[in-house]
Design a protein around this ligand. Structure first.
Ligand code: NAD
Length: 357
């Protein structure tokens, strides 16, 4: 099979981690007889530096014409003072929106080898942590009007949260369909005791749940959910929620699995082309030092093979290679523990690639 993969390395640790993911994907292509054509484009802070804009039109067009997009991370302190409409993160919002990627799947699964890295008590970890957060990605407060004005002699800021029924229904369907392939349980998370958007969210989810009688459905307030994730994460299978709540809860969920550097994500819309990226940011504090953990990005590549290209066996080969390297005791600094062998980003990528097939 031949596939065109648009690559956005981005800023901070982005170039380091994406280079390792490409290394692994190239090895998969060799091993399974595929051709992956990588097209590198600029977006984020590096694009601001080169072209003055966070997302050049040519980069966006390449993304729209790709079979899939692989992204590292964008942003950093260097671009904090840039106009808010040209901030590096805006590039991602625009790509997600233009590609119609409304469903962001973020697995929170603990690798048995990293059980001790979880900040949770051992007995909670032993009960199992294996759930998926299905986050709505192109609606809600991140996409509403943002404004800072003056009122009564002081600065006054507003951000608009808005959702329509169809936006809620389509992400709800993604969650119920995902649950059917897993443990058949969906928890919908909202703030319906305060927000109108959440009241509509809950109403649509309830209505939809009637179409999926084989899936156990319940809802939960977001503050309670934040607490339940650390109290007993084994209760969750699929968690569906709006954009901002999903952003926050998925970082919390990643931490209980050991490190934010381990977690991949996929963003999909109606078609098969999607965007795949680790859930963390550009980690400017460790950029350029060969310290970053590339596993979240490498596993994002595995998700791409499975969800966008239908390459189940190839995707499994990457997951198994990661397991083998962890079994061998190799760890980047963020997941390091006593008795293990510390490796850098590059060596971690080399070892995973060498274990493919
Ligand atoms: P971050 O996720 O970049 O870093 C948080 C902490 O986790 C840091 O201590 C960092 O060193 C560590 N970390 C993150 N990824 C790691 C990895 N792969 N291996 C080892 N350690 C890792 O979050 P932040 O510091 O809040 O944000 C930094 C920048 O990234 C900001 O400009 C922010 O806007 C941006 N950001 C971008 C994205 C994206 O591109 N999708 C997502 C989140 C944040």
């Amino acid at each position: 099979m031949e596939k065109k993969i648009v690559v956005i390395k981005g800023d901070g640790i982005g170039p380091e981690i994406v280079t390792e993911a490409m290394k692994v994907l190239k090895r998969v292509a060799e091993r399974f007889g595929h051709t992956f054509r990588f097209v590198e484009v600029d977006a984020g802070g590096c694009a601001i530096d080169k072209y003055g804009e966070c997302l050049p039109q040519a980069s966006l067009e390449q993304c729209l014409a790709a079979d899939s997009v692989l992204l590292g991370a964008v942003g950093g302190p260097k671009w904090e003072k840039v106009d808010k409409n040209n901030r590096p993160e805006k590039a991602l919002l625009r790509i997600r929106s233009a590609m119609g990627l409304y469903a962001n799947l973020r697995p929170a699964k603990i690798f048995p080898q990293l059980a001790h890295s979880s900040p949770l008590k051992a007995e909670l970890v032993e009960k199992g942590i294996d759930f998926v957060i299905v986050r709505e990605l192109i609606g809600g407060i991140y996409f509403g009007a943002h404004e800072t004005t003056q009122r009564d002699g002081e600065a006054y800021a507003t951000d608009l949260m808005a959702y329509s029924e169809h936006e809620i229904e389509r992400i709800g369907r993604t969650a119920f369909e995902t649950a059917r392939k897993r443990g058949r349980r969906v928890v919908s998370v909202d703030k319906s005791n305060v927000l109108d958007c959440s009241r509509l969210w809950k109403e649509v989810m309830h209505r939809l749940s009637a179409e999926y009688p084989d899936v156990e459905y319940s809802d939960m307030l977001v503050d309670n959910c934040a607490m339940q994730i650390v109290r007993d994460p084994s209760q969750f299978d699929v968690v569906v929620t709006e954009n901002m709540f999903g952003d926050i809860l998925s970082d919390e969920a990643s931490m209980i699995t050991g490190s934010i550097g381990m977690i991949p994500s996929s963003s999909l819309g109606e078609g098969t082309n999607g965007m795949y990226e680790p859930i963390h940011g550009s980690a400017p504090d460790i950029a350029g030092k060969d310290l970053a953990n590339p596993i979240g990005t490498i596993l994002s590549g595995a998700m791409m093979l499975k969800y966008s290209f239908g390459m189940e066996e190839e995707s499994r080969a990457i997951e198994e290679a990661v397991q083998k390297v962890l079994d061998g005791g190799y760890r980047t600094g963020d997941i390091m523990s006593e008795g293990c062998i510390r490796v850098g980003c590059r060596e971690m990528g080399d070892r995973i690639a060498a274990n493919i097939g």
